[in-house]
Design a protein. Structure first.
Length: 504
């Protein structure tokens, strides 16, 4: 009897989500005692495999924005990272003496990157012991074509070609789509990543720098500059002028009575209609009033009436007390947000992104307390300023002009674009593979952003033909919403790898 042909799976992107897929394919294939020989091709456009942009920053001051107890890279084992830290305590105490090893800690992302690399190395060795071939290829996939025999032909930026029966898109965060017109201006950075490029560009430590946005990514850019000795003025150039709120040292359980998944399902059933954003706003307000013990004036945006430093100082106090009610509610909903998102029709998802996201993001994606205190010090010293109600940027050939809605203008020697990743596939121009797949009809855009997939399996949906391709993480930002959370992507990789292995 002739041996079975080897089945090849290409994983495109070797950040944490891609590595989680590889790990799960390896141990599940071994457990299933499958007789089908397996090969895994792991592609990464950077030289380093494992950390990706998120965890390979090279900056010790970049902390996890999610507590360590949720960061396990194994499905169903959220404490796995904490256990790894405990097993590697001696190394951590030597290299990261300020790190606390417990589930509520926010360690440096560099340390998490070391964990991912360690797990990748371990499962590569385990794969070799069970005749699973793994090849790490430091090249970017820029095109993919489905041949007549249903094999995928993958082309790299180096001109090389690989083939496989299946592919997994784990391409990571796309660059921001805003301000593409400044791409050729040397003083404009299209992204804060990698940190090395930012520091190589802004070598004048006294230069004025404006960071577009005020989200977690903008804060990473700020910390990169400050931790590397930048003394010049820095501003956040932001439409909302709102910083993320500050996380409590430990999460606070909330006994929710109104904003719950069963109540939402009951509402849909009794009113015989789809869920609306206004329903969620009403239920959130009712929940907040219950927790606060009074009814706020919802017609006023009290945060818009205060300056950034005052707000941050108040948020730090609330975080220390564990009494940031809005944040506590949303963090307590962690396990339900995805299911609620699926109950919203596409038009309501778009309304949520337009109306609710600014409020949702600053509360749901908060910063560790230590970073909040660091930013407060920078605001107090005057080195950092928050510029709200931003309007537009222009370049006069020597410096940037920062136009605000009230007609005033600020100036900056350098601008760092931290406006957030592109959400529409045709705007993810830094990922040429996605553009080619869209052009070939192998993928289709989802109405609220990203790609469309079968949510039961994460297999990509195509208008033209069935393509043996799956997707995970940022390419699914519209249909899944929670793709910035690694714990969520790890659990989705569990679904993906189970279905994929059943096809072999």
């Amino acid at each position: 009897m002739s041996p079975q042909p080897r089945q090849t799976i290409a994983i495109i992107g070797a950040g944490a989500s891609g590595v989680s897929c590889l790990i799960q394919l390896v141990f599940k294939h071994i457990i299933r005692r499958s007789s089908t020989p397996l090969s895994l091709l792991l592609f990464e456009r950077k030289e380093e495999f494992g950390p990706g942009l998120a965890y390979g920053t090279g900056q010790e001051g970049h902390l996890l924005n999610t507590k360590a107890g949720l960061m396990g890279i194994m499905p169903g084992e959220r404490l796995h990272f904490v256990h790894w830290m405990q097993d590697n305590r001696a190394m951590i105490e030597e290299e990261y003496p300020d790190v606390d090893i417990h589930e509520d800690a926010y360690p440096p992302r560099m340390l998490y990157g070391s964990y991912v690399k360690d797990m990748l190395g371990f499962y590569r060795k385990l794969a070799a012991e069970h005749d699973i071939a793994i090849e790490q290829i430091p090249e970017e996939i820029v095109d993919m074509e489905l041949s007549e025999d249903r094999t995928l032909q993958l082309s790299t930026s180096e001109g090389n070609t690989f083939s496989g029966q299946y592919a997994i898109l784990a391409t990571g965060n796309p660059a921001p789509s805003a301000f593409q017109e400044f791409e050729d201006v040397p003083a404009f950075l299209m992204s804060p990543w990698p940190s090395k490029a930012l520091l190589e560009t802004i070598q004048d430590k006294h230069a004025s720098v404006s960071i577009v946005g005020s989200s977690l990514t903008a804060i990473d850019a700020l910390i990169t500059l400050i931790n590397n000795g930048h003394t010049g003025p820095i501003s956040f150039f932001s439409k909302t002028g709102q910083l993320p709120r500050v996380q409590s040292p430990t999460e606070v359980d909330v006994d929710r009575q109104h904003l719950t998944l069963p109540n939402i399902r009951q509402l849909i059933r009794e009113q015989a209609r789809a869920l609306r954003v206004t329903d969620l706003i009403r239920l959130f307000r009712k929940e907040a009033e219950e927790q606060l013990g009074y009814k706020p004036d919802w017609s006023r945006d009290e945060r818009a009436e205060k300056d950034a430093l005052t707000l941050l100082q108040e948020d730090i106090v609330l975080a220390r007390e564990g009494s940031s009610v809005y944040q506590n509610i949303l963090y307590d909903m962690r396990e339900e947000i995805y299911d609620i998102w699926q109950l919203l029709p596409v038009d309501q998802k778009l309304l949520f992104l337009q109306w609710v996201t600014p409020f949702f993001s600053i509360n749901r994606h908060a910063i560790p307390l230590v970073n909040g205190e660091k930013i407060a010090h920078l605001l107090e010293s005057g080195q950092l300023r928050m510029t709200g109600l931003s309007k537009d940027l222009s370049w006069d050939g020597q410096r940037f002009l920062l136009h605000q809605q009230d007609g005033s203008v600020d100036y900056a020697d350098y601008v760092v674009n931290a406006a957030g990743p592109a959400t529409k596939i045709d705007q993810m121009t830094d990922q040429p593979l996605l553009q080619k797949l869209l052009e070939r009809g192998y993928v289709q855009a989802y109405g609220a952003g990203g790609l469309e997939v079968d949510l039961r399996t994460l297999r990509v949906k195509s208008k033209q033909k069935e393509v043996p391709m799956y997707a995970l993480g940022q390419p699914l930002s519209g249909i899944q919403h929670e793709v910035n959370s690694l714990w969520f992507n790890v659990e989705q990789a569990d679904l993906l790898t189970n279905h994929l292995l059943e096809q072999l």
